[in-house]
Design a protein around this ligand. Structure first.
Ligand SMILES: Cc1cc2nc3c(=O)[nH]c(=O)nc-3n(C[C@H](O)[C@H](O)[C@H](O)COP(=O)(O)O)c2cc1C
Length: 466
């Protein structure tokens, strides 16, 4: 399975391509300091190729929701150090997502201060969660040009702190309608200074911030997350294709680690001119590694990797309830469902108490059989064996002598079905999901007589029934 193969993203070495997406869990204390439960939570998930932390506020002014963590002061850095050490002790890699909520906040959770934004334009049709219950969004206060520059300084300070805390890199949260996204989109950015108006000016904030992050972190350790087709939080750009094509084109000039692209299918009746396929539209524009996200399961992730559209896939909700998601993908074990009522806030329940499957217990000694039947076209069969043979061998598979197997091994036409035994279910699934095997299977197209089925059996048992 390509998903489980190692890769390099910028300077980050990932042991697999399963990335944990950033997820706010609202379990910091009132000072934005994470505790021991958070250390356990990330360490439990360290088998991911890359962990991206929950969005973390770059300054007190960045805070929009209660109990979200910060990275603007020394106490917060000390707390995050415990997280990075625990993850590194497990052999994991972890970057911090840097966050400024902009207008996605409320004076109720900001000590009475109005949220700040590029322009004094409120989010419509949604409410904001506060300790006093859901509230309508307020009209935010527009940042002055000097304040915009000071906010860029805040990101740089946060990036330095993230370094001091032992992270492997940082990701700018440029998605989901938070401050950087508010600058990009013309429905929320009505500024007339150099940070508003033309697409060049609207992109300036994100590019200036990234430039600073790169200055702190150097090459290949800064990523950026974008959600060009997500209208959530009133992100209604008049031309997302033009806006984000420009932004991504400019990203190519920076030595970034990756672009983290969130796919979302826009409401075609409201936004008929928006691109419907986020990944197909925007991923090819970025010349570096792309991490894709948004409703992927194992097979969809494998398909997007095989298609070459992304270098890794991030998973959000599945990681909440499956700390050993990588292991489950590897073995084909079912995924546990998450309890949404404990996604945000609370203690260890719904946070660190989702179990991993036992690993030290050896899987039952089952054999898995691959059956190939009635392959009648000699040329097609030769092509198939040339591709599939070495792949089968690399997964420890063994052709069980049966019927015309001698002919099979020599690449001639079998008249009857034959069988292949795998050492484990994981090996059979891994082989099936490998690129080479998928290519072999693709030869099936147009050859209805070529049939593959995995049937569970015992290695020395009788031939399984079709
Ligand atoms: C509980 C929860 C919190 C989230 N918090 C963040 C966040 O802090 N930053 C962010 O960029 N995305 C956040 N997201 C979005 C996820 O990163 C991801 O994009 C989304 O869950 C879709 O991926 P999935 O289908 O694999 O879950 C959050 C999602 C969930 C479920």
């Amino acid at each position: 399975m390509k998903l489980l193969t190692a890769t390099t993203i910028g300077r980050l070495r990932l042991r697999n391509r399963v990335v944990m997406a950033p997820m706010t869990r609202s379990r910091a204390d009132g000072d934005g300091i994470v505790g021991d439960a958070t250390v356990r939570y990330y360490a439990q998930r360290a088998t991911a190729g890359l962990l991206i932390t929950e969005a973390t506020n770059v300054s007190p002014d960045a805070v929009g929701s209660p109990l979200t963590p910060g990275i603007w002061n020394g106490a917060q850095v000390e707390a995050w150090k415990k997280v990075t050490s625990a993850v590194h002790a497990e052999g994991g890699t972890i970057v911090m997502q840097l966050w400024h909520t902009g207008r996605v906040g409320h004076s109720e959770v900001r000590g009475g201060r109005l949220p700040v934004a590029p322009s004094a334009v409120a989010i419509e049709g949604q409410k904001h969660f506060t300790a006093a219950g859901p509230k309508d969004y307020e009209v935010p206060r527009a940042l002055t040009t000097d304040e915009v520059r000071a906010t860029i300084d805040d990101f740089e300070n946060a990036a330095r702190n993230a370094r001091a805390a032992g992270f492997d890199g940082v990701e700018l949260h440029g998605a989901f309608g938070y401050l950087p996204h508010q600058f990009l989109v013309d429905s929320s950015n009505r500024r007339t200074d150099e940070y508003g108006g033309s697409v060049e000016n609207r992109a300036r904030f994100v590019l200036d911030v990234l430039d600073r992050l790169v200055r702190v972190w150097g090459e290949g350790r800064v990523g950026v997350r974008l959600s060009p087709t997500l209208a959530y939080n009133s992100m209604v750009d008049s031309d997302p294709r033009a806006t984000f094509s420009y932004v991504i084109d400019r990203l190519n000039a920076l030595p970034l680690a990756y672009l983290h692209l969130m796919r979302a299918t826009p409401d075609a009746t409201r936004f008929p001119h928006w691109p419907q396929d986020t990944i197909a539209t925007f991923a090819p524009l970025f010349r570096g590694p792309v991490i894709v996200n948004g409703g992927y399961d194992r097979d969809a992730a494998e398909a997007v990797l095989d298609a070459g559209a992304a270098q890794a896939v991030s998973f959000g909700a599945p990681f909440v309830s499956n700390p050993d998601l990588v292991h489950r993908f590897d073995t084909g074990a079912p995924l546990a469902a998450g309890d949404r009522s404990t996604f945000y806030g609370g203690g260890e329940k719904g946070y660190t108490d989702y179990p991993s499957l036992p690993r030290d217990v050896a899987p039952p000694p089952k054999g898995y059989w691959l059956i190939m039947a009635r392959i009648t076209d000699p040329e097609r069969f030769k092509q198939y064996t040339a591709l599939a043979g070495p792949t089968l061998a690399s997964y420890g598979a063994r052709v069980i002598v049966r019927g015309d197997v001698a002919e099979v091994v020599e690449g001639t036409v079998p008249k009857r079905p034959y069988l292949v035994e795998f050492p484990s279910h994981a090996a059979a699934l891994g082989c099936f999901h490998s690129v080479a095997y998928q290519e072999a299977i693709a030869l099936r197209a147009g050859a209805a007589e070529f049939d593959i089925v995995i049937v569970e059996g015992t290695p020395s048992g009788p031939s399984p029934a079709r």
